[in-house]
Write a new protein. Structure first.
Length: 214
């Protein structure tokens, strides 16, 4: 770089402070997480990688959360609008009851006969998650999006994020954004949780820690 070469880097968020010379900061705790809005946390899981599924299973079993499954076969079988409406309504009821709520895609991976058809299926599922989050009526305390593509789509297309401040990391490789003005829920904490990052209990640990936040 110093000799004028240019590079395109695909890395975790920690590369930024390393490149600009910032001293390492401790991980965020419940006390220094962005101030919560009313309500509870919303977790959106779209990633199908094995670690994501293991973390989801642990959260559903041990996290004391409300859960709503998006049935991908029903979504793709001609009942898409009804399925999106059902999931959004159930998620709203769960959040209204003051429970941290997980919306997740059914774990059976549905693929097409060709690569192009599989891409269309994946895009349809992503669009459904976007519509579901758009259908959330009350501001969550935070949104945790599990999966790289999922976190991008939810931020850009469901929450309308144009600018955000990276507050730090809540786990190594798991950055927390504070959403800027113009987003659907400005000031809210947004957790970008890549699919293969962390161990089996990591997502549960984050949800439990933020439940204790003042």
């Amino acid at each position: 770089m110093e000799t004028g070469k240019r590079f395109l880097l695909r890395t975790a968020a920690a590369i930024i402070p390393a490149l600009i010379g910032l001293e390492p900061r401790p991980l965020l705790g419940a006390g220094d997480f962005p101030p919560p809005q009313s309500g509870c946390g919303l977790v959106v899981v779209g990633s199908f990688v094995p670690m994501s599924s293991r973390q989801l299973a642990h959260l559903l079993k041990h996290g004391d959360v409300g859960s709503v499954e998006l049935d991908v076969k029903r979504l793709l079988g001609g009942e898409g609008e009804a399925e999106i409406g059902r999931v959004a309504a159930e998620a709203n009821r769960s959040l209204a009851s003051r429970r941290d709520t997980v919306v997740y895609t059914s774990r059976l991976l549905v693929t097409g006969a060709t690569a192009e058809e599989s891409i269309r299926i994946q895009a349809g599922v992503a669009d459904a998650l976007i519509e579901i989050v758009r259908g959330i009526d009350m501001p969550p305390r935070y949104v945790l999006a599990k999966g790289g593509i999922t976190s991008h789509d939810i931020a850009a297309k469901a929450l309308g994020v144009k600018r955000a401040v990276v507050a730090g990391q809540i786990l190594p490789g798991v950055p927390v954004w504070r959403l800027g003005e113009g987003a659907r829920f400005p000031g809210m904490g947004y957790i970008v949780f890549p699919g293969n990052v962390g161990g089996e209990t990591s997502m549960t640990d984050v949800v439990r820690a933020l439940r204790k936040a003042p």
